[in-house]
Write a protein that binds this ligand. Structure first.
Ligand SMILES: [Zn+2]
Length: 310
């Protein structure tokens, strides 16, 4: 199993981002899984490594090629969300086109990832991806999907809640960049950063990607059904689609403090106290469901509010 290298950043090689790949000699899509775009979220990297190990051990039939990439190597080494800036806000055309490693650590990470994706996507007519993340609060796993029609179709084959349209509020995410290339896929938030279950959810979703989009055939045909059941059991209610209705951005020196106890998809009422800052109480602007309440020191998205769209 490949370990994230501990050498100094200057010595990080572009190939350190490649966790591994697998194919069985059949044409098909590039099936891409990315983990650790946020360095304090190692679960995706660990899940990709575990799936690769199983694939190489059992050599199953797969149409296309599975590729696992590690995102922000320097931040993964440091166990921090990022070093200079949030890599998952850097995937904007002017930054991608710059292809320069001089401005920030993350600009170098961005250039390496974009080059690798270009290189590996080259031989494929179709690219499907999952960008693996975790959250600071406990969470039901869910997909964050942009308003990209092929991705909206693809998401229906995954038994998970979906949140649609976050790219309008947080531009520059990796998923948005990949959708602009017309690659199909989404961000997958698997649960809380340190939870063992997050890694299991990441693995299950990667297996479903390989089965749904790569026609993976395993010796035990019930294995994929079990992955689907594992994810379905996390919902606690029927699968729902949600859209963004509000986004609380934290200002500099605001001293934002989320009130304890909120989990993703918890129902909140208009006027309910959600957080505090230097000016006092921050109340919910509407009825809805809360998403990504901030329980870590890094980041400037306080919380999001959702409403069901189905
Ligand atoms: Zn993340």
């Amino acid at each position: 199993m490949k370990q994230i290298p501990t050498k100094p950043l200057r010595q990080i090689d572009i190939d350190d981002h490649v966790l591994g790949s697998y194919d069985s000699g059949h044409d098909g899509p590039l099936l891409l899984a990315i983990g650790g775009i946020h360095g304090n979220e190692p679960s995706g990297v660990q899940a990709i490594e575990a799936v690769l190990e199983e694939l190489h051990r059992h050599q199953p039939n797969l149409h296309g090629r599975f590729l696992g990439l590690a995102g922000n190597i320097a931040a993964l080494q440091a166990r921090r969300r990022y070093i200079d800036e949030d890599l998952n806000r850097c995937f904007r055309s002017e930054r991608v086109d710059a292809r320069s490693a001089t401005e920030s650590v993350e600009q170098g990470e961005l250039a390496a990832l974009v080059s690798l994706i270009d290189e590996y996507a080259g031989g494929h007519d179709d690219v499907c991806f999952i960008d693996c993340h975790t959250t600071s609060s406990p969470s039901v796993p869910y997909l964050s999907v942009n308003a990209h029609p092929p991705s909206l179709i693809m998401m229906e084959d995954f038994p998970l809640h979906t949140v649609i349209g976050l790219e309008r509020s947080i531009p520059g995410c990796c998923g948005e960049f990949l959708n602009q290339l017309d690659y199909r896929g989404f961000t997958f938030e698997a649960g809380q950063h340190e939870a063992e279950t997050s890694r299991e959810h990441h693995q299950a979703t990667i297996w479903l990607l390989l089965a749904n989009e790569g026609g993976l055939t395993l010796p035990d045909p019930s294995f994929i059904d079990r992955q689907e059941s594992l994810l379905r059991q996390t919902l606690g209610e029927p699968k729902r689609h949600f859209e963004l209705t509000a986004h609380y951005r934290i200002a500099a020196d605001e001293n934002f403090r989320m009130r304890p106890g909120f989990k993703n998809f918890d129902k909140v009422a208009k006027g309910q106290p959600l957080a505090d800052n230097n000016d006092g109480l921050i109340r919910s602007p509407s009825d809805g469901r809360i998403l990504m309440p901030l329980y870590q020191s890094e980041g400037d998205d306080g919380f999001f509010l959702l409403s069901p769209s189905d």
